[in-house]
Design a protein around this ligand. Structure first.
Ligand code: UD1
Length: 368
């Protein structure tokens, strides 16, 4: 019996761990797992709603670390997670993605002698100004089992000197979750309630510090989005940090105040199923998120990524993603291209087939 701690902390972790927990539950004699939520994300709409949408068990432990500077947040997670590891003495800790909780728990567990597995290992943006890139590098260098989503990730790890026997190309667990929930999401009535037509609107997410923390950059992006919003409504479920910045920089004028989607239209963060429902029917997805680039690729919806690089180049090589940076002119050029029908046709990457979690559990079975 393998004693496992599964760590989640921030929004993008939940959809990655849900299928792993489900797959592990099929082997109660092999695994005894505990779910730890660090509390990095804590708002109802950033956290709890995902547990409901994804049918995830409640966390066994909530560390309630909350927000803070990077050092404060990382340190608090480490202090609290160390207590958990000392009490539970796990054989294996599983972390996912690239958020502060991922790195903090990997370091803590490894120093206490537990084995550590990283789900979504090997992604690299080569941009050290991104906190996530630092989290990825620190996590991967420590981990015993590196579960990857594509050939780029394998190549990155090998080039960094990781022994091949630690690397397991299993596919994409986030896509397991998408495929499982696709029909449920399709049947929601959100578009109907909001008066939206299939391919008649765009969805937007924006929260990266490089886009939202500088007033001039954010103003340029909103200016471009307002122009696009004159052609097609843009539904913008706003991240709390972006909302704070919009208020601080007094940029509220860019948003439509209509009660239903019109122009550039802000709403509270959406649940997993709601956003999936919108994305699968959207004309395009405009985003700076990592996960959405992958989801748009699988949904076959054009994705315009407001960043200068991506740790997920497979979505550009095979999928519908294009990296456009954050200048007004480039955003407009690409978005109007899509509106005029210049739509990329993509393919779904290998092993993004709904069985990634199964493959991970198969590998872990050999340890049990
Ligand atoms: C984190 C991840 C990022 C991921 C994103 C998804 C890191 C370094 N970053 O960024 O990779 O794409 O989650 O959402 O781990 N806040 C709330 N309520 C919450 C959570 C946050 O109001 O439930 C606000 C707080 O003001 C907080 C700010 O958002 O200071 C930033 O939160 P934080 O967890 O530090 O990073 P994110 O920007 O959410």
């Amino acid at each position: 019996m393998l004693k496992i701690i599964i760590v989640v902390g921030a929004r993008p972790n939940f959809m990655k761990m849900a299928p792993i927990i489900e797959a592990m539950n099929r082997y109660p004699a092999k695994f005894r797992h505990r779910l730890v939520h660090t509390g990095q994300h804590y708002d109802e709409r950033m956290s709890k709603s995902f547990f409901t949408d994804l049918g995830m068990p409640k966390p066994d432990m909530d560390l309630e670390v909350g927000s803070g500077s990077h050092a404060e947040q990382t340190a608090r997670i480490m202090v609290e997670f160390e207590k958990v590891c000392l009490r539970e003495t796990p054989d294996l800790v599983i972390v996912a993605g690239d958020v502060n909780s991922t790195m903090a728990c990997a370091i803590t567990a490894k120093k206490l002698g537990a084995r550590v597995a990283h789900v979504e290992a090997g992604l690299r943006s080569r941009d050290m100004s991104m906190p996530e890139e630092i989290n990825r590098l620190c996590t991967d260098v420590l981990c015993d089992y590196l579960f990857t989503t594509d050939h780029f990730a394998d190549e990155n790890l090998l080039a960094e000197g990781v022994p091949p026997e630690k690397i397991f190309f299993v596919g994409n667990v986030m896509i397991d979750t998408l495929l499982k929930h696709r029909e449920l999401a399709r049947n929601l009535d959100l578009m109907q309630r909001w008066g939206l037509k299939t391919r008649g609107f765009a969805t937007l997410t924006l929260h990266r510090p490089s886009n939202v923390d500088d007033p001039e950059t954010l103003r340029g992006i909103l200016d471009a989005l307002r122009e696009i919003g004159k052609e097609i409504p843009i539904v913008f479920p706003i991240h709390p940090r972006t909302k704070k910045m919009v208020e601080q920089f007094r940029l509220g004028e860019y948003f439509s105040s209509a009660g239903k989607p019109q122009g550039l239209w802000m709403t509270d963060p959406l649940g997993y199923l709601e956003l999936l429902h919108l994305n699968m029917h959207a004309k395009m997805v405009i985003t700076d998120s990592g996960g959405l680039q992958e989801e748009a690729t699988v949904l076959g919806v054009p994705c315009i990524t407001l960043r200068h690089n991506t740790e997920r180049p497979i979505t550009c090589e095979m999928g519908t993603n294009v990296i456009v940076g954050n200048s007004r002119a480039k955003i407009l050029h690409h978005a109007f291209g899509v509106l005029k029908g210049d739509v990329p046709t993509g393919k779904v990457p290998e092993k993004w087939d709904g069985r990634a979690a199964e493959r991970i559990v198969e590998v872990l079975s050999d340890l049990a």
